[in-house]
Ligand binder design. Structure first.
Ligand code: ADP
Ligand code: MG
Length: 661
């Protein structure tokens, strides 16, 4: 059954769904609500209602729509609710006006001001709320209203017959899980909170089980992964290291050692290099690239974005140039002619090191002699991509790098199929970023500090959780802050905004102007790249810090303090949030990640929501730690009995992992 065949789904809806990566029934049914709203009809008494409430009302009079500004209109009506007559206003719902009739029953959600006898609604719906209802709330999809999405999903649920259940029979029995079909029904249309809990539990377990199966399967067959033994003259490596402009830390040296061991033995490298932002992973990779070059092989280095690829290209080229090593960059935005030229050079073996985005492995690019592949920011890629190279029929050594420090137990679970090297030590001479938690009322102090930094020709990052205002979430916005800052500095400081709605080209342009110092303050959502190096950026200011998880805040903070200048971070919030003290006290990513997991990802509204190893539809490895560990035990037990070989669903999974072994 296709999405197109669902009742009420037209081309526009299809387009909206595709935009949200929903391509089939399965995707749709696993587009789970991220929260639920429990609606109980309230009877307004003679008090203000400061909390948002839901009332049943009847329309008595409807005014004309008032237009206040370009993007703001107001709809006003008189309503009756439980014998009381009052005014109701709602903003930006002009489009509802033609459908409203006198005498109509509506459900209104909002707040009541007794003195003004005014109900300010965030939302209204037609009908009457008879009793308590649990309403699923989905992450909003552009051009698709929640209520429409709810309807389409209802239709899809009717078709939900051949949905695959990945939990093996024995564990369904063991834990008395709901059937997959029931669980999916309940998660989208809950009638009872207990049942909802059971449905969630089951879906979380399944998701983790499947994920862990992949990891454990990769581990199981990895043993057979052999590679060529590389011949490397160690004295050359030592010379290279001593010629570096700085002294490597012990952890860096140990990681290089680990890599060389992989290179020079039959075992194929399948290694994760874990280290905090700025801990110096790139230099470790560079030394290994050099070693791979000495052995006579090409290297490929993949970064998740063009900005990062370009940055790596510049720094790696600088270090390798003097050894006559040919380093080239290949990214999508280059001219076709340029790209072709480089591809030809790669094919002819004239490029020793190719740096680019992930696409470099797909662009029909042939490496005659590829011996080493590095993937930066591994956590952005999914487990299916871990073996993408095998497909090309080559068996290079592979190094994954990640700046998401996670506690050891989790690392073993998530990256259980890889060996790990860890960099804990910071390069010497690095000053810790001084961090303060501030109330929004203390903003003036912060503005003075900003000015001080700007006088020193330093630069400032400002992060806000939202782009524009949204009535449901009263949070700071990039747009508002730009106005506020322009006002505070009388427009004399060059400020730019950066957010996900801009085109890639615009983003790159702004980022480049910030990098070269033309822009002094960069106000953005969390889109600023994890690894971006702007040496003169010395201050990071994060608004609504309470809405971010500790790990996310630490990642953001990692964008300053990347050299020997003293850097600062201000976490601005309106409430006292105890966990933020962890960041005042520590700059140690591993310690912070331990704490973050202890707080179970609290506040992590804007965490790793993209794609990659840490993201699931419903599971959260921090919040669902117990389930994770239970599923791991089960997977290990199950994988040993080889039952999966006979299950079509699992055969498919294995195929997706793309193996030729
Ligand atoms: P990561 O990739 O782990 O985020 P980088 O490799 O980009 O970190 O290193 C951040 C900065 O620190 C770079 O400018 C790099 O040249 C420098 N650096 C790396 N290792 C050392 C070291 N041992 N001593 C001093 N500076 C270092
Ligand atoms: Mg990096």
């Amino acid at each position: 059954m296709n999405l197109q065949n669902l009742k009420g789904v037209g081309n526009k809806t299809i387009e909206a769904l595709y935009q949200a990566n929903i391509y089939n029934l399965d995707d749709l049914l696993t587009y789970y609500p991220y929260r639920y709203q429990i609606e109980v009809p309230t009877i307004l008494d003679n008090t203000n209602s400061l909390e948002i409430v839901v009332i049943n009302a009847t329309i008595l009079e409807i005014n004309k729509v008032g237009y206040i500004k370009k993007n703001l209109n107001i709809l006003r009506m008189k309503i009756e609710t439980n014998g009381k007559i009052m005014s109701l206003v709602i903003y930006n719902r002009a489009y509802l006006r033609p459908n409203l009739k006198i005498g109509q029953n509506i459900i209104a959600i909002g707040k009541f001001d007794l003195k003004k006898n005014l109900f300010t609604a965030n939302n209204i719906r037609f009908g009457k709320l008879e009793e308590k209802r649990i309403i699923p709330i989905y992450h909003s999809i552009k051009n698709l209203k929640n209520i429409i999405l709810e309807k389409i999903i209802s239709e899809a649920l009717k078709e939900n017959n051949d949905i695959v259940d990945y939990i093996p029979e024995r564990y369904i029995k063991k834990y008395e899980f709901l059937s997959k079909k029931d669980a999916i029904n309940v998660i989208h249309k809950p009638i009872d909170e207990d049942l909802l809990k059971k449905a969630k539990e089951r879906l979380i377990y399944e998701e983790l089980f499947l994920f862990l199966f992949k990891v454990q399967y990769l581990k199981k067959i990895k043993v057979s992964g052999e590679s060529i033994i590389k011949n490397i003259d160690k004295s050359l490596i030592l010379q290279f290291i001593s010629d570096l402009p700085f002294k490597l830390t012990n952890d860096q040296l140990k990681s290089i050692e680990d890599g060389l061991e992989d290179f020079t033995t039959k075992k194929r490298m399948n290694r994760l290099l874990l280290g905090d932002v700025g801990s110096g992973k790139t230099i470790v990779a560079t030394v290994l690239i050099y070693a791979n070059y000495i052995a006579g092989y090409q290297s490929a280095f993949m970064a998740p974005t063009e900005i990062l690829a370009t940055q790596h290209y510049n720094s790696i080229k600088k270090l390798l140039e003097k050894y006559n090593i040919n380093v080239e960059l290949l990214i999508g935005s280059m001219s076709k002619k340029n790209k072709n030229e480089i591809m030809k050079k790669v094919l002819n073996g004239k490029v020793d090191v190719l740096i680019g985005t992930h696409a470099i492995l797909n662009e029909n690019l042939l490496f005659p002699n590829l011996g080493f592949v590095i993937t930066d920011e591994q956590h952005r890629f999914g487990v299916n991509q871990r073996n993408i190279l095998q497909e090309k029929g080559v068996k290079p050594d592979v190094l994954f790098m990640s700046a998401t420090p996670i506690p050891r137990t989790y690392a073993l679970t998530i990256y259980g199929d890889m060996d790990t090297s860890i960099i804990k030590e910071k390069p010497s001479g690095r000053k810790e970023v001084i961090t303060h938690v501030k109330k929004e009322s203390e903003l003036k102090d912060v503005l003075y500090q900003i000015l001080e930094e700007i006088k020193l020709n330093h630069q400032i990052y400002v992060v806000a959780p939202m782009i524009e205002e949204n009535e449901d979430m009263p949070l700071q916005t990039v747009i508002n802050l730009k106005e506020k800052f322009d006002g505070a500095f009388h427009g004399k400081v060059p400020i730019e905004v950066l957010h996900g709605k801009l085109k890639n080209k615009e983003k790159d342009e702004i980022m480049n102007r910030f990098k070269n110092g033309d822009v002094k303050i960069l106000i953005s959502t969390t889109v600023i790249e994890v690894g971006v190096d702007v040496p003169l950026a010395t201050m990071m200011i994060i608004f609504n810090a309470e809405r971010f998880g500790l790990a996310t805040l630490h990642q953001l903070r990692g964008r300053v303090g990347r050299n020997d200048l003293q850097s600062y971070c201000y976490l601005i919030c309106n409430e006292d949030v105890k966990r933020l003290q962890v960041l005042e006290e520590s700059n140690d990513g591993f310690y912070i990640s331990e704490k973050d997991f202890e707080f179970r990802g609290e506040g992590d509204l804007f965490g790793e929501k993209q794609s990659g190893d840490m993201t699931f539809h419903i599971a959260d490895i921090r919040k669902n730690y117990d389930v994770l560990m239970r599923a791991l035990e089960d997977v290990k037990e199950w994988i040993d009995i080889d039952e999966y070989i006979n299950l079509t669903s699992y055969v498919k999974i294995i195929e997706e992992l793309k193996f030729n072994n």
